[in-house]
Every structure is written in C-alpha cells, then in structure tokens.
Design a protein around this ligand. Sequence first.
Ligand code: NAD
Length: 297
Amino acid sequence: MSNDTLNIAFIGLGNMGGPMAQNLVSAGHKVTVFDLAPAAVAALVDVGAASADSALEASNNADCVISMLPAGKHVAGVYLGEGGLLNSLAAGTVVIDSSTIDAETAREVGAAAAAKGVHMIDAPVSGGVAAAQAGTLSFMCGGSAEAFQKALPILQGMGKNIFHAGDAGAGQVAKMCNNMLLSVIMIGTSEALQLGLKGGLDPSTLSDIMQASTGRNWTLELYNPCPGVMDTAPASNDYKPGFMVDLMCKDLHLAIGNAEQVNASTPLGRMAKQLFDAHAAEGNGQKDFSSIFTTLE
Ligand code: NAD
C-alpha cells in the first residue's frame, strides 16, 4: 500500500481518536468515522470526514481500519464474533488498533485477523492528547513485519517515533513496560524532591543538581512534579492533565496483570499500582499523574 489517498475507517473518536482522525483528514485521506457518541462523529464531520452509522458501515471498502477504544472488551467487540469487522473485511486490508489493551486480547484479535489474511498490528501510543493533536505520537507496534510495513505510511500521518516491537501483542507489552517504569520514576522523583524540601533545599536547585547527576530522568527534564519548578509542567497548573491518574491506574492494572500471567517479578510496579490506586480513590483520578507528589508530603 502506498501513501496515496486511502479509504480509512476510524472507530473511536474520543480524546485521542478525534485528533488522530483529524490528522488523517488533513493528510488527504478519505476518512469515514464511527463512534457510539454522535457528538464525536459530528465534530469530525465538521472538519471533513464522512460519517457512518456503524463500525461495519464505516469499514465498507476501507483500505485501512483504525480503532482507538477504551479497553480490550471494546476491541474484541468491534473485531470478533459474528458481527465483528473481521468477518467482513477483505484479505489484504490493513488494521491498526491503537487502543491500550491487554496483550492477550491483542494476540487473540491479531490471530483472528491473520487467519483472514488481514494485516493487523496492535499499535498503542505514547504522548497523550497534545501529541495526538500535533501528530507526534510514538507508536509501539506488534504484528508481522509485513503488516508493520503496510501500516507504517499511515502511522506516519499521526506520529513521529514508530517502533516495531515484535509479533502480535508486543506493542501492548512495550507500552505497559514503559508506563510501569514511568510510574516508578515519577514516584521516586517525587520522594526525592519531598525529602529535599524537608531538608530545607530549594526544589529548583535540587532538580538542577539531580538532573546533572545520576538521578537524571525524564520527569526532571520535562515534567517536574513539584509546583513552581517548571512553568510548563502540569504541577504548575493545578495538576491539570497531562496524563490522568485514572489512565495510569489502567496501565498499571494491565502491567501487573500481565506480570502475573508471565510470572515476572515487579515489586516496584506493584507498589506503584497501590499508591496510584489509593491516590485515585481519594478523588484524584482526573488530575495529572504527577500529582502523586502531593501524597508524599
Ligand atoms: P475516550 O474515552 O476519550 O474515547 C474512547 C471513545 O471510544 C469514546 O468516544 C467512545 O464513545 C468510543 N467507543 C467506545 N466503544 C465504542 C464502540 N464499540 N464503537 C465505537 N466507538 C466506541 O478515550 P481516549 O482518551 O481517547 O483513549 C483511547 C485509548 O487510548 C485508551 O485505550 C487509552 O488507554 C489510550 N490512551 C489514552 C491516552 C490519553 O492521554 N488520553 C494516552 C495514551 C493512550
């Protein structure tokens, strides 16, 4: 498949899917959209997409189907079973599921696609709503090399860093590894900054010291959790997301569930999950995940 104008069906037009679909319209593709929420469909029609009354109708004659849905059960519901898309898609169709879901469901749907000659990849993203809008998402992909190559030009219309992590499900595993690590780094950085504050240090000075030393990491560089240290970070904007605590909890749930299945030892990941779950239960689910800093005071 070339990067010429394609017929693309886009299913799931929420915070992420909406701007991703919009970027594909801007790239010149013919995009037909479906979402259970009519307002989400209307917003895309306003910027040049065509609408459909069902996922099945949207994917009629599609060269490529893209989905951006909440969880594994939604992805299985759209693709599998009698009314599922895989029952009707032509062999050779490219399918990209960018939802963050469990690796098991991704493998199950990937296998069903392969059995039909459909080129499917799981392609969860990193970067959040701002990157979805800017077309700079990172994609971590799982599937055959052939499916990945066919999907690549389409992914390039929505993202910047695009990785082939391995076979079906590998994209989901890569994503949960990254986000589990991010949660641990955020908690560790928050602890260190709180310890410094209690010791009388200025958090900006301490951040500069750690950023130039062996504690250096992404949160210190771009996403400092202490209010006032970094103007552009959610911490300096009342912890408005950014990346919501609820979504971090979801990703940690997927990571720890997967760790149990494959018998991987993840003591820090488990502790991070406990801390983020407790933080969400105290009414902070809609805040940015760096607000975990406030629980460590
Ligand atoms: P969202 O809840 O804003 O959007 C999901 C959309 O899917 C909704 O509009 C909903 O109506 C639609 N939907 C649900 N079931 C459907 C079905 N059967 N058919 C058609 N539409 C259906 O979620 P989001 O923030 O856009 O996230 C989507 C996915 O991306 C999730 O898996 C999430 O974990 C992942 N993700 C989100 C972010 C983020 O910052 N929001 C970042 C990275 C990854």
